[in-house]
Design a protein around this ligand. Sequence first.
Ligand SMILES: Nc1ncnc2c1ncn2[C@@H]1O[C@H](COP(=O)(O)OP(=O)(O)O)[C@@H](O)[C@H]1O
Ligand code: SF4
Ligand SMILES: [Mg+2]
Length: 366
Amino acid sequence: MKNAPLLKIEDLRTYFYSRSKQAFIRSVDGVNLEIRRGETLGVVGESGSGKSITALSVLGLISGGPGVIAGKILFGSNGEQKDLLDGLEGYVKIGREQNRIMQVSKDVLGWERRSDEVMRTIRGGEIAMIFQNPKASLNPFTPVGKQITEAIRLHTKITDAQEAAERAIYWLKRVKIDSPALRFDNYPFGLSGGMCQRAMIAMALACEPALLIADEPTTGLDATIQSKIVDLLAELKSELGTTTMLISHDISVISRLSDSVVVMYGGTVVEYGPVRDILTASISSKHPYTSALLASIPGEEHVRDKVALQAIEGDVLDTINIPAGCRFYARCNRVTPKIRENCERREPDLREIAPGHRARCWLYFD
Ligand SMILES: Nc1ncnc2c1ncn2[C@@H]1O[C@H](COP(=O)(O)OP(=O)(O)O)[C@@H](O)[C@H]1O
Ligand code: SF4
Ligand SMILES: [Mg+2]
């Protein structure tokens, strides 16, 4: 149990149903990953690849609808491993054809009630979160210090109001908010975007979570503030070592803060392993999508000369019409005649290509 990963996701599938198209949007379509205690796992991929929906599925924040429909989310909670989707399968009926889910019927109310029951003690406490838009995530009608105080009283052993307020000020200091005792009484609208994000980080960490999920914590902030927030997260990582799932489309943020990386494309994991194997440009054994992502990072000369970035050619995958073969086939520039038929017709598995390094690509299998 001690060595078991804190979070292990197995074959997670979260679909939405598009009434107008009468088809499933396969937002998360077979995700496998795990996070060991003390580790920061980076999740990277273009917008629309299913990163946020994976995180929201873990948090039980996908509303009934079709929502999470299959898989396991194993979480080490109070010394035992719990499946956060436990008991939900009774509320969903799935029709499969050749391992693809073609039909879903669901008792939405029963499903939501069961999900809330499982998640009530976990969300916000054992698993805390930071989102992209901190102003929208904070309650606009309550001073930030009070919000943090309430979170502490709700999720930690500290129940005394005065003691919790002192602890909130400690956390405001810890995230380097200037004049924390004064800021305590500020409403979110009185704080800058960067300060609101610091307050959100303080609130999340003050609950002493076993797992922190940070979804695009720097996106939407000014560039200089972004780099300060990344510095803060790096500092907190080395001081606290909180197990973290860090989601970002920004490779530089992921490579600075992560120990391991998951690269997502079209709702699934295409590459997974230690950060140095995956995000170091000079290592050649990589999934073609990861190589393309790395090639799309602006170099210093691009920034200096304002040269247009080399974006990855082609459109992100339409997760309604997932092709039979490799999801990246339509945009891949590394298909060889030897593997073309496989690439076109058969989806590769996520397989180990070096110790601890997995990729979903026919280039690496016979
Ligand atoms: N409520 C929803 N209804 C229908 N489709 C959705 C919904 N939420 C997300 N999606 C779709 O799921 C896919 C994955 O979304 P998301 O996980 O937010 O991507 P990412 O975080 O990687 O940018 C996208 O194609 C998005 O349009
Ligand atoms: S399996 Fe084929 S199409 Fe897919 S990424 Fe690898 S080489 Fe490209
Ligand atoms: Mg997102």
